[in-house]
Each structure stands twice: as C-alpha cells, then as structure tokens.
Design a protein around this ligand. Sequence first.
Ligand code: MG
Length: 280
Amino acid sequence: MNISPLRQLVSILLGLSASSLIAGGLPPLDWDELSQTNPWQYTEIYREVPVVTPGEQGSAPSDAVVLFDGTDLSAWQKTPFGEGVAVDRTEYYLKQYEEGSGWAPAAWKVEGGAIVAGQKQGAIASRRAFGDMQLHLEWKVPVLDGKDGQEYGNSGVFLMGMYEVQVLNSYQNETYSNGQAASIYKQHEPLVNASRAPGEWQSYDMIFTAPRFSEKGTLVSPALLTLLHNGVLVQHNAVLQGPTAFIGEPYYFPHPPKLPIVLQDHDNPVRYRNIWVREL
Ligand code: MG
C-alpha cells in the first residue's frame, strides 16, 4: 500500500494549531488540502459482489438450492436409520452413507404444498450434501390433543445429518429448555422463546459453519450455528460440542466436509415447506 498520502494526512492533523484544539470542539478538516491526495480512497475496496434477487414472501432467493418447493420429494431420500442419528450411531450413519446401502425414495406425504413428517417411516435426508450453508425452512406443528412436553410436535433438522436443531411445539408447552424449539438439542437453549402457537407456520433461518478436521481426524474447529426463529435471533454463533447426544455428553467424530440435511421422524405429523439452502 502506498502510505505517503496517509502520512500526509497525519502531518496535516499534527500540524493543526494548538489554539484550535484548546478552543474546544473538533478542528475542521482542510478539504482543499485533503483533496490533493484523496486519502480516504486507500481504504475503499472494489470487488464485484454478486447481485442476488431476494425472495418475496419467503420464497427462495435466486442463487439458492431449493430442496422443497411444495411439489415433490425428489430432492430427498429415505434413510436407513429410524428417527435420526445420535452421536453413538454416527459411525454407523457415515458407513451407511458412504456405502449408499439401505437408502430408498422418500415416502413422506406431500399435502397442501407441505411435507408431512413420516410417522415411523424413518428420517429423510437431502440427496445433496452440504457443509457451510445458509438454510431456510418453515415448519408447523398441528394442534394435537393430549400431547405435551417432548411428545408435542417433535421433529428436528439434523445439519450434516448429526447436529440437531430441535423442532417442537414450545408455545406454552414446558420441557427442558435445551430441548425446546430452536435449541441445539441438549447443547444450547435458545436465547428467547420466539415460538408461535400450534397450527401456525414458523420459520428457521440458519447460518452454519461445518466443523473442520485434520487429516488425522482431530478437531481443528468446531461447528458454529446462528439461528433466527421467526426472524428473532435465538442462537448467536453457538459453538457445538459435537453431534447430538440423547444420552451422555456429545463428542466430535471426524466426518466428510459435506453431508445431507436430515429431517427427523419422531412419530409426529410436523409439516415442512419452503426449504432452501445457499452454500457458503
Ligand atoms: Mg427432535
């Protein structure tokens, strides 16, 4: 960088008379002098920033990978495991994924422009794998009589198939706070409860940084998640401690840099719609 104009600016400022400083207030800039060198230009960056047309009324922006637009489940497949993957099954999941065995077309229903979470049909996974990403999706828990706690509208979004953001009715529904809606399950409770009532559509917007591993498989940097629930910040660059653990403490297990997004089948007819990803 050519710093001579900056030096010039410093000398101009240092050259201001002591009396003007003593008189109080900021000394006026000498624009005639400064315009000889335009020193402000040295911190201006000119790089082409891609233009993206924002989506209207929740629709996907122009550069998004659309995983569900209300029509069909072609971007998804049935996983060979049941509800989802907990940390003690990570190795099994990765092996099944690598081998491609036991996967089948997704059989969850599509109804009224929404996916209805399967009930004991097994979790579904995006066919495409993702690492760092911006993810948007909308979900709705139907009004369910006689349900409460973890049984009222339980599903979940497993980033990379193993890091669960909880989906649950948390509107006037008590449960453990690190297991309520918008928690990173059993790791981080949400900053606030921004839940809408059952029967209403809700949104998640996530910014996810995948964990990094060395060639030897040691953790270089953990996964990070920022989450907005119905437009409200509820997870702010939260540091994940490892894949979701239902029992015991989470711990990292080395895995590929990109893996599918998995939607949990927790035997509740939770709806999903408008699912899209922007890879980062
Ligand atoms: Mg869940």
